[in-house]
Design a protein around this ligand. Structure first.
Ligand SMILES: NC(=O)c1ccc[n+]([C@@H]2O[C@H](COP(=O)([O-])OP(=O)(O)OC[C@H]3O[C@@H](n4cnc5c(N)ncnc54)[C@H](OP(=O)(O)O)[C@@H]3O)[C@@H](O)[C@H]2O)c1
Length: 300
């Protein structure tokens, strides 16, 4: 389908793609369209596409999104709830796919407790709200920064652990009567991943999503085995349709109604016109953004 894009949100994954093309940083120098997330409306449908019509409001995640128009595989396109502006909607699809997909991989069901490390990341902020909306018995969020506690509590976290001041496993065990969390969504990796294992309940699931503290971790296999844990790695994209398409379909039924009802909202760091792209690149690389950075495409 041809999509008229109105707004795109950025992701950390945009940076290596931009660098690969940028000749000033050793890239290949050929024209290249980066970006994954978009929101707008359908401009044209291809042969064989049945449930969509020109003008339908949409959102989604697909490569080559930083453009006024993009062509996306119809199986990855989602309906944008009526009344949800593109500048807000565009900041949702990657986070919803990733956090919902990770919860499914972990066998999450209502009544289970969820620990989210790096809950203040753009995608973690959605994970907190999603776990709550889907009926988590307890959502435990971590951040390094005490000043982000109110933000996380406001989005539904029952317990916030400030890892600069608190021991992660100790604080999780204290919050769960010594049991640990049933499901862990880890956005940090490094030694944080190792600390998640003794903080997970027996027969629990640990899903690594991000590696902000680096991909290597020195884990204690006793913590893994004696607790009978299952560890998952995820990277949701477009190369494994058999995995991604069913997640998107389930998301449409189980999650998008909550988005339409305003129960899940992205946190937006800033919104700028595409002409100010350098500001966006600088902000993303600074690591100081809280929530998503949004680029608008006004067709100029
Ligand atoms: N698996 C997938 O399919 C998938 C999809 C999307 C993103 N990701 C990955 O998920 C991670 C989060 O992405 P994002 O774009 O949402 O992040 P982001 O918004 O850029 O997150 C930034 C925040 O992460 C925390 N942080 C950064 N470095 C850290 C470190 N070394 N140790 C602990 N905390 C750190 C900081 O929060 P505090 O100050 O609160 O600590 C920082 O404000 C990235 O690694 C990204 O590549 C994976």
């Amino acid at each position: 389908m041809l999509i008229r894009n109105r707004a795109s949100a950025t992701n950390n994954a945009d940076l290596p793609m931009l660098d690969e093309a940028d000749p000033t940083t050793g890239g290949h120098g050929r024209e290249f369209v980066a970006g994954f997330e978009y929101a707008g409306e359908i401009a044209a449908v291809g042969a064989g596409v049945e449930r969509w019509q020109v003008g339908d409001p949409v959102l989604g995640t697909f490569p080559g999104a930083f453009a006024d128009y993009l062509v996306a595989d119809a199986r990855f396109v989602q309906r944008r709830p009526v009344g949800l502006a593109p500048e807000i909607a565009c900041a949702l699809p990657t986070a919803l796919l990733t956090e919902f997909g990770a919860l499914r991989v972990a066998g999450f069901a209502a009544g289970k407790s969820v620990l989210i490390t790096g809950a203040s990341t753009g995608i973690g902020l959605i994970g907190v709200q999603l776990a709550k909306v889907l009926g988590a018995s307890q959502v435990i969020a971590t951040t390094r920064t005490a000043a982000k506690t109110d933000l996380l509590t406001g989005l539904g976290a029952d317990v916030v652990i400030v890892t600069a001041d608190q021991d992660l496993p100790e604080a999780v065990l204290e919050a769960t009567d010594g049991k640990g969390a049933d499901v862990v969504l880890d956005h940090i990796a490094g030694q944080t991943f190792a600390q998640c294992l003794p903080a997970t309940a027996e027969d629990g699931h640990v899903v690594n999503i991000g590696r902000l503290a680096g991909p290597a971790s020195n884990i204690d296999l006793d913590a893994l085995s004696y607790r009978h844990l299952t560890v998952h790695g995820v990277s949701f994209g477009f190369s494994r349709d058999w995995e991604t398409v069913p997640i998107l379909q389930a998301e449409e039924a189980e999650v998008l109604p909550a988005v339409a009802a305003g129960k899940i909202r992205p946190v937006i760091d800033r919104t700028v016109g595409v002409a100010e792209f350098q500001q966006v690149d600088d902000r993303l690389r600074s690591g100081a953004a809280v929530g998503k950075i949004v680029l608008t495409f006004d067709g100029e």
